[in-house]
Design a protein around this ligand. Sequence first.
Ligand code: ASP
Length: 440
Amino acid sequence: MKVLKFGGTSVGSIKNIKRVKEIITDGEEKIVVLSAMSGTTNALVEISEFIKNNNSSEAIQRIKILEQKYQEVLYELFESSNIKQEVENYIYLVFEFLKEGVFEKYSELLYNKIVSRGELLSTYIFTKYLNQEGVNAQLLPALEFMRIDKTNDPDDFYIKQNLQRLIQDSLPADIYITQGFICLNAYGEIANLQRGGSDYTATIIGGIVKAEEVQIWTDIDGMHNNDPRFVENTHAISNLSFDEAAELAYFGAKILHPQTVMPARKANIPVRLKNTLLPESYGTLISKEFKGEGIKAIAAKDTITAIKIKSARMLLAYGFLKKVFEIFEKHETSIDMITTSEIAVSLTIDDAKNLVSIVEELEKFSMVEVDNHQSIICLVGHSVVRHHETHRLFKVLQDIPIRMISYGGSNNNISLLVNTNDKITALKSLNSYIFDFEVV
Ligand code: ASP
């Protein structure tokens, strides 16, 4: 059994919905995970913002605009029949729910309920479309099996029990469709796996059903060796190990939700990134195999804050770092990069919401400097740290002001911290130094 996930653009137009139907109807049994149609989740987030700010007239206005979009989908995708009537009723109910939500008291739960409607709509519409076209497809409601625990990790036991039960109880089908992104929390309330979380849904399911492969279908032909928004002539990387892909996803390669690799690595299930618009292209295969050597890819992550903590007390003392780390732990803030000298330690965080309290506590025993507007540039490849060509990197660094460098933390990653104003120049010069020398 394979698990295939299709992203927002893949189900974002009538043409693409029809393409997806072609891709999945190859006679093999599969589970298909869908995102919301492109633009829908953003629209729902905006609607929630208007509700939060008590701007009910704008919220209603936006709901009506979105409803219009779904009316168009209904008329273009369905022929007059009972199925069309069922879809029309469903769309009506979803939008009635949203309109009633405008007059409810805003809460996180209301937000979660509102944003969940995108995936509920796309999966219902797509399943009914497949049925209309004679495909034996059944809907598996994610809210009946997908659940996270108190630490926001998937509750594997619950998911397995309930997914198996649902499949057994459902009518036999060639294709099972389910919602990405949405889930229940530990208290049984509607929650989600964070923006872009449908990829994660797919590998969680893949791990549970021991899928032979998980495929993530988007509108780009795999994970690229540099950021195509800033650098020309990037190309898709054919093979990545789980570790390499996890580093790239976390450090900015937008194509994959950062947590996606974890369940696949745990269950050793290959993940293939594919392009819905170019199904015949190879894409990127992520597996436990390490292929190729040297730097394979560069990614960048913005909105990083660097914190330098300086203290004479650090000299020849033990326990100083413990004290520092405990403060970050207390404020539930994770640290990405870290470098130390004998009297100072620099580290980076990407979530600065507790920065003021963290700095206040650090200042009790050290001098603290904070730099905002930083970017981490991450260079990834198997054994990059040891590879004989990696010295090229240091030639490039002469011309780019580097704030921090992390080398040797793992064999697969070298990270640089630069001011965000220097990011594009850094990505371009690293690109020409590294990839123009055909290091394979
Ligand atoms: N629809 C959700 C979002 O836009 C989840 C996803 O697409 O993966 O973030």
